[in-house]
Design a protein around this ligand. Structure first.
Ligand SMILES: *Cc1c(COP(=O)(O)O)cnc(C)c1O
Length: 376
C-alpha cells in the first residue's frame, strides 16, 4: 500500500506548518484543569483547545488553512452530510518521548488512505502535505495536551464532510476538513486483558464493491447493531465474515484480525476491498517477517479457525488498530461454537509484537523502517 518511510522531510514540515494561520483561543483551558484531564483521560471525551481546519469550494479548491478555537460547528439543517453521510475520517496518535519531543507514526500512510477514502466517497482529495501539515500545526499549538504517562497519547481525528446545504443527491460543492485531538490513557487500564469476540453470521458491515475499505462513518453505523448483539452474547467485540460467502474472516468493527498458527506463522485476511487496510496491520506483517515468522495474507475460513482452536493448530488470535494497538483475543463465540484461545491468557507472540510496536512508537526501541515522524 504505502511507502515504509515518510516522504516529508523535517525541513519541508516547517513550510507546511507555516501555511496555517494560528488564530489562538483567548480562553485557553486553565493549566490545572488541563493537567487534571491529562491525569485521567477518558477516550474521546475531552478535547484540546484548538482544531485545524481547511475549507473547500468547488470553484476555488482548498483554502483558508487555519488553527482555530475548538468549538461547535454551526450547520444548516440541510447540510448534505446529515442526510447522505458523505464523510470520511482517520485515526492517529501523537506520542511523547522521554526527552519531551512529540512524534507520530507513519502519517504518510494515513494521508494516502485518507485520499483513497475521499475518492470512494466522491470527496475532494487533500494532499499529503496539507494532511501532515494540519496535524503538525495542531499538535504544535496544543503541545501541552500531549500526555507523558505510560501508554498515554494524544489521539488525532482528521475528518472531512459535505458541508453544502443542499438536498439534491450529488457530491457536495462545499466541504470542510478538520482535525480534532483528545488525550487518551492506556487502552487497558491495569494490564492487557484478552477480549472475547462474537462472530456475526447474520449481518455484514460492508460488501463487494461497497465502502468497506474506506474509513467511512457509514461502515460504523452498519456495525453498531451487530456490536450490540455481540454484547448481548456476552462478548466485547464483533467479527464480521465476508458478505459474498459468509465463510471467511474479514475484520472486527474497527480493528483488523490476525491468527498465529502452531508453526509460528502469522496469518491475516487478504485484502478484498470490503474491509479496511490498517496501518497497524501492514506494520505487524512487516515486524512479524523481521522476527523470522512467515507472514501470510490469505482468505481464512472461519471453520479452519474454529477447528484449529480445538485441535491446537491455532495458537493465538489478536486484533489490531491504532486505538488499542494489539489486543489479544481470549475467546471466539458464534451461534454454533464457543472456543477458548490457548489458555485464555495473552499469547506470547501477540505480546512480543505489541511490545515492539509500542516501543517504536514511544521511542523506547529502534525504528528500523523509519516509521516515526517528529511533530514537535
Ligand atoms: C481504523 C480502522 C482499522 C485500523 O486501522 P489502523 O490504521 O491500524 O488504525 C481497522 N478497521 C476499521 C474498520 C477501521 O476503521
Amino acid at each position: 500500500m504505502t511507502t515504509t518511510s515518510s516522504s516529508i522531510l523535517p525541513s519541508e514540515l516547517e513550510d507546511l506548518v507555516a501555511l496555517f494561520d494560528v488564530r489562538g483561543t483567548d480562553t485557553p483551558t486553565p493549566d490545572a484543569e488541563r493537567e487534571a484531564a491529562l491525569a485521567s483521560p477518558r477516550f474521546g471525551t475531552v478535547f484540546t483547545d484548538h482544531m485545524a481546519r481547511i475549507s473547500w469550494r468547488q470553484e476555488d479548491g482548498w483554502l483558508d488553512r487555519r488553527i482555530e478555537k475548538y468549538g461547535p460547528l454551526q450547520l444548516d439543517p440541510a447540510t448534505a452530510v446529515l442526510h447522505y453521510a458523505q464523510e470520511i475520517f482517520e485515526g492517529m496518535k501523537a506520542y511523547r518521548h522521554d526527552d519531551g519531543s512529540v512524534w507520530t507514526f507513519r502519517p504518510d500512510a494515513n494521508a494516502a488512505r485518507f485520499a483513497r477514502s475521499a475518492h470512494r466517497l466522491a470527496l475532494p482529495a487533500l494532499s499529503v502535505e496539507d494532511f501532515v501539515g494540519s496535524i503538525a500545526a495542531l499538535v504544535r499549538t496544543d503541545a501541552a495536551w500531549v500526555p507523558s504517562g505510560e501508554d498515554s497519547s494524544l489521539y488525532l481525528r482528521p475528518f472531512m464532510f459535505a458541508s453544502e446545504a443542499f438536498l439534491g443527491v450529488r457530491p457536495a460543492a462545499e466541504v470542510e476538513y478538520l482535525v480534532i485531538a483528545s488525550p487518551v490513557g492506556p487502552y487497558f487500564a491495569g494490564g492487557v486483558k484478552p477480549v472475547s469476540i462474537w462472530v456475526d453470521e447474520e449481518y455484514h458491515r460492508a460488501g463487494p464493491g461497497g465502502t468497506g475499505d474506506a474509513k467511512y462513518g457509514g461502515n460504523y453505523a452498519a456495525s453498531l447493531l451487530p456490536q450490540q448483539l455481540a454484547a448481548d452474547n456476552g462478548c466485547d467485540q464483533v467479527c464480521f465474515l465476508d458478505a459474498a460467502t459468509n465463510t471467511h474472516l474479514e475484520e472486527l468493527g474497527g480493528m483488523n484480525v490476525f491468527v498465529v498458527m502452531d508453526d509460528g506463522s502469522v496469518h491475516t485476511p487478504e485484502l478484498t476491498g470490503s474491509f479496511l487496510e490498517g496501518v497497524t496491520r501492514s506494520s505487524i506483517l512487516r515486524l512479524a517477517t523481521d522476527r523470522g515468522h512467515e507472514a501470510v495474507e490469505r482468505r481464512i475460513p472461519l471453520t479452519e479457525v474454529v477447528e484449529g482452536l480445538a485441535d491446537g493448530t491455532v495458537r493465538e488470535i489478536f486484533a489490531c488498530g491504532t486505538a488499542a494497538v494489539v489486543t489479544p483475543v481470549g475467546r471466539l463465540l458464534g451461534s454454533t461454537f464457543d472456543r477458548q484461545v490457548g489458555d485464555g491468557e495473552p499469547g506470547a507472540l501477540t505480546m512480543e509484537i505489541r511490545e515492539q510496536l509500542t516501543g517504536i512508537q514511544y521511542g523506547r526501541v529502534a525504528d528500523p523502517h523509519g516509521w516515526m515522524r517528529r511533530l514537535a
